[in-house]
Design a protein around this ligand. Structure first.
Ligand code: PMT
Length: 222
């Protein structure tokens, strides 16, 4: 019964942005507000799941019944996820994790002497790909934030990272995506898809949780 599939299930969820330190006062960040991930945490808790929310810095209260672990950088988010992933049934990556961080965070504030400044960035670990590659991997749901060719790029991420499901959204446009109160998602899994139309993030999260519950129930019954 999909409606009951998540009752008692243990869910590890990432949400919000990460901050990659340049020096003690500056960081490289992004515009994720955490609204989508927090709405998802609340909807999962309402579906009876035991939810651990690994959250980047956002200005939102922790949803009722959710256990929150605050982190700042991608490295901290990575460590917090890896410390808990062996115990979860589902992993959902709604965070906008920085793909790159400054090669060396300065210990003192950077001074403005030169007319230009080049910041060297190095790759961060891909938390979602690492979880999906585990031999004991949980049911793994990724997000895809795209500015163009949303379905094709999301399908490519689903397959390349070996995910059970991906929720794709259009970002950088006039409606939906980052910061907005509303969003739309195209949900893809191997052999299927469901379009969830533009609506407030709490309602969208409830609809997404129904799709996750259906696919999770199917995955545990075979
Ligand atoms: O927070 P809001 O303002 O409400 O906005 C919501 C949102 C647009 C941030 C959200 O719906 C969303 O799309 N989250 C994923 C953003 C993202 O980083 O997408 P991506 O296509 O760059 O990454 C693909 C997936 O890999 C994501 O599940 C991401 O969490 C994960 N990832 C990426 C890089 C990395 N180093 N580690 C990861 O786990």
């Amino acid at each position: 019964d999909p409606a009951q599939a998540l009752a008692g299930a243990s869910v590890l969820l990432t949400a919000g942005p990460t901050r990659e330190a340049i020096d003690p006062v500056r960081y490289v960040g992004n515009r994720s507000s955490g609204k989508m991930g927090y709405a998802l945490a609340a909807a999962l808790a309402r579906a009876g799941a035991r939810v651990t929310l690994i959250s980047g810095p956002v200005g939102l209260p922790c949803p009722a019944g959710v256990d929150r672990v605050p982190v700042a950088s991608a490295a901290e988010m990575h460590a917090a996820v890896m410390a808990r992933v062996a115990e979860c049934d589902l992993f959902i990556a709604a965070a906008a994790v920085a793909d790159y961080r400054p090669a060396a965070a300065r210990s003192a504030k950077l001074k403005k002497h030169a007319e230009s400044l080049t910041l060297e960035l190095v790759r961060n670990p891909d938390i979602l790909a690492e979880v999906a590659a585990r031999p004991d991997k949980p049911f793994t749901v990724g997000f895809a934030a795209e500015t163009e060719a949303v379905e094709a790029q999301a399908r490519e991420k689903l397959e390349r990272k070996g995910l059970d499901m991906i929720a794709a959204n259009h970002v950088g446009g006039a409606v939906g995506g980052l910061e907005a109160d509303d969003n739309a998602l195209l949900v893809l899994w191997p052999g299927g898809r469901r379009a969830l139309v533009l609506m407030p993030k709490p309602a969208l999260a409830t609809a997404l949780v129904e799709v996750i519950a259906e696919r999770y129930a199917a995955s545990t019954s075979d």
